[in-house]
Design a protein around this ligand. Structure first.
Ligand code: ADP
Length: 163
């Protein structure tokens, strides 16, 4: 699996599946989740709510509706950062669960935002390291992962984590 860093908006990537940073209720939120729901249209929230609740560290997959040609949206629930040891495990689990969801529907390319690093308050540098380690450790048929950096700083952090 190739991991690349791109600068931009996760809804604008030419991939099979887009990951969003969802909440447990899967009812749409702020930040990247708002952008994904806006782009996918109102059917997305109906489809995702039907699968709620989704525990922290897990993910579910729905069609991408108006986000076509993207085919799938993977709704991954990262942890709210509290500075506990299990936060890193839960964040890693959100990435690997999202990758497994994408794999399960046959996606070969997947775009990820920096899960938990916005409203959920996860320190971005540690989150970059955790996300890269989790993805590198996963066994999957996904061939290409795009880490979508919403700003300069995120782009640098992901490049640094990739080494
Ligand atoms: P969380 O609640 O998991 O912290 P947020 O949506 O608040 O999720 O933030 C997660 C990350 O997504 C932040 O780094 C934020 O800058 C980034 N982000 C926000 N909008 C987009 C977008 N359209 N594409 C990619 N990343 C985005």
């Amino acid at each position: 699996m190739r991991i690349e860093v791109v600068r931009g908006d996760v809804t604008q990537q030419p991939v099979d599946a887009v990951v969003t940073a969802a909440n447990q209720a899967l009812k749409g939120g702020g930040g990247v989740d708002a952008a994904v729901h806006r782009a996918a249209g109102p059917e997305l929230v109906r489809a995702s709510r039907a699968l709620a609740p989704c525990p922290t560290g897990q993910a579910v997959v729905t069609p991408a509706f108006d986000l076509a040609p993207v085919r799938w949206v993977v709704h991954a629930v990262g942890p709210r950062y509290r500075g506990r040891p299990q936060d890193a495990d839960l964040l890693a689990s959100a990435y690997t669960a999202a990758l497994a969801c994408a794999d399960g529907v046959g996606a070969r390319s997947v775009a990820f935002p920096a899960i938990s690093t916005g409203v959920y308050g996860y320190p971005d540098e540690e989150a970059a390291r955790v996300s890269v380690a989790a993805l590198r450790g996963a066994s999957t048929d996904v061939e290409r992962v795009l880490l979508v950096a919403f700003g300069d700083r995120q782009e640098r952090l992901w490049h640094a984590a990739l080494g």
